[in-house]
Design a protein around this ligand. Structure first.
Ligand code: HEC
Length: 455
């Protein structure tokens, strides 16, 4: 054999062995549910797609996912699922539920190439979805009095007194509202009431429907007033819940309060969406203790509806109009922002919040290019965001009250706006709101470095 020919043959041999080698192991390896798809689904989908998770069907077993593979490929490709309305190019938050390009690709491929199951014995250890709480096992569970929801397809608003008794006073880090019927609990905003003296928090009525009467009268009906007839002090927003929201537990030392041996929380204006089925909602409060006093207490600023900064122009949106509204507030101390919550109702379209520093720089907070009424998260930053004193926090929102907006509750469109009577207690989903809540602590040097997802 001449050397050239030999070399050529050798080359061919190497090439063919390479290709045959590739055929078995380095080409298109088979994608399986167990190895490739389940980790993505369990992390990003199953927290909602499970019994009690609020989504209409489970995504747990191989069959659950395989029989919907085509739709799943579609909703992940279009970004409809997992729901994450915040613009990921603007700012980042903890627990972002977003698929990477390669994860989306994997799902597309698996759905179109045989939907192989793989070794499903591997799945069990991965299934940590079973917790209803996002924060893990609580130190104390307080039952929220059960609420009966009629099948009459209307919104309901309640004030619910949630009394508790514990052996001794406790430092509390965090309280998570765990909805019993997540598909109809639209939101809950809760406070801890503070009394000098409270003999029996369990006395009196527990649940009343909010109505147009003054809230002192409503508190009176729940036997929640101080002995002298005044409204008790409170820890504001001791818990918050909105569809798809996560409980927040800041690192040790940040946030929290003292829970006295007996007392009561109040779910102030808990809102149930319309239901065609009669249901009983038995929600719970999961309470997480801290071993020591909070070193860095947290505070809240609320702009817009019911808040400290007015909306300009006032939030009354004429039929057939698309209108832009702004609310802004100057802050007079350096603050470290931990969590933010943008809130609008059905005809909200776009939401953007940022701070303008005295030197003209912008601190980005959040941008929601396409508002999704159903997904109103409390967004916690990965690290505290410093806003220096003298800055203006500014919120810009767009509302679309035309017939082109598929979420417009009225056809033909009607005037939609705020209802601010009695602190907004009579607000319906079909009324409109523009609200921005910031949870912050007074700034200290080094705050920008704190990992808010850490212990
Ligand atoms: C925060 C909760 C939540 C998460 C996370 C979530 N879903 Fe959903 N999903 C829902 C709800 C609720 C619905 C019902 C429709 C709606 O309200 O938009 C739904 C609907 C769907 C639908 C039906 C869409 C249709 O129009 O028929 C599919 C398919 C789906 N989800 C797949 C997924 C997949 C895949 C993931 C993960 C990549 C995921 N979801 C993550 C809550 C969630």
């Amino acid at each position: 054999m001449n050397p050239l020919k030999f070399q050529k043959q050798l080359l061919l041999a190497v090439l063919s062995s390479l290709t045959s080698f590739c055929l078995v192991s380095c080409g298109e390896k088979e994608l399986t549910f167990s190895k490739d798809i389940a980790p993505i689904v369990y992390k990003n989908c199953t927290p909602c797609h499970q019994p009690n998770g609020g989504a209409p069907f489970n995504l747990i077993s191989y069959t659950d996912v395989a029989k919907r593979a085509k739709t799943i490929a579609f909703v992940t490709r279009t970004g409809y699922m997992p729901p994450w309305p915040a613009d990921r190019l603007y700012t980042h938050f903890l627990n972002e539920r977003l698929l990477s390009e390669s994860e989306i690709e994997l799902i597309q491929k698996w759905a179109t190439t045989g939907k192989s199951a793989g070794d499903t014995n591997q799945l069990k250890p991965m299934l940590s979805y079973k917790r209803q709480s996002v924060l893990g096992p609580p130190d104390l569970v307080i039952d929220v009095p059960p609420v009966t929801i009629e099948n009459n397809n209307t919104d309901r608003f309640y004030l619910i007194k949630i009394p508790y008794q514990i052996k001794q006073a406790q430092y509390v880090k965090s309280v998570e509202f765990v909805a019993g019927q997540p598909s109809i609990v639209h939101h809950a905003n809760g406070h801890l009431l503070l009394y000098d003296q409270l003999t029996n928090p369990f006395a009196g009525k527990r649940i009343i429907e909010t109505n147009d009467s003054h809230f002192l009268a409503q508190f009176n009906r729940l036997e929640l007033l101080n002995a002298n007839g005044t409204k008790p002090e409170r820890i504001h927003s001791a818990f918050n819940y909105l569809p798809g929201s996560f409980g927040v537990k800041y690192p040790n030392g940040i946030g929290g309060f003292i829970l006295s041996p007996n007392g009561t929380f109040i779910a102030n204006d808990i809102h149930y969406g319309p239901s065609k089925k009669a249901l009983i909602d038995s929600s719970k409060l999961y309470v997480y203790f801290a071993d020591k006093k909070p070193e860095r207490p947290t505070f809240e600023i609320m702009l817009g509806t019911n808040g400290v900064a007015p909306i300009v122009p006032p939030l009354q949106i004429a039929p057939n109009a698309i209108s832009k509204h702004i609310t802004e507030l100057t802050i007079y101390n350096d603050i470290s922002v931990l969590t933010i919550n943008p809130h609008m109702h059905l005809i909200g379209q776009q939401f953007k919040a940022y701070a303008l520093k005295p030197n003209g720089d912008t601190v980005r907070l959040i941008k929601i290019p396409q508002w999704q009424f159903r997904w109103q998260y409390f967004y916690t930053f990965t690290k505290p965001v410093k806003i220096p004193k003298g800055s203006i926090i500014r919120v810009e929102a767009v509302f679309d009250n035309t017939i082109k907006n598929p979420n417009n509750p009225f056809n033909p469109p009607q005037l939609i706006g705020e209802r601010n009577d009695h602190g907004g207690a009579s607000m319906r989903t079909t009324d409109e709101m523009l609200q921005f809540i910031l949870t912050y602590m007074p700034y200290q040097k080094g705050d920008e470095l704190i990992d808010l997802g850490g212990k």
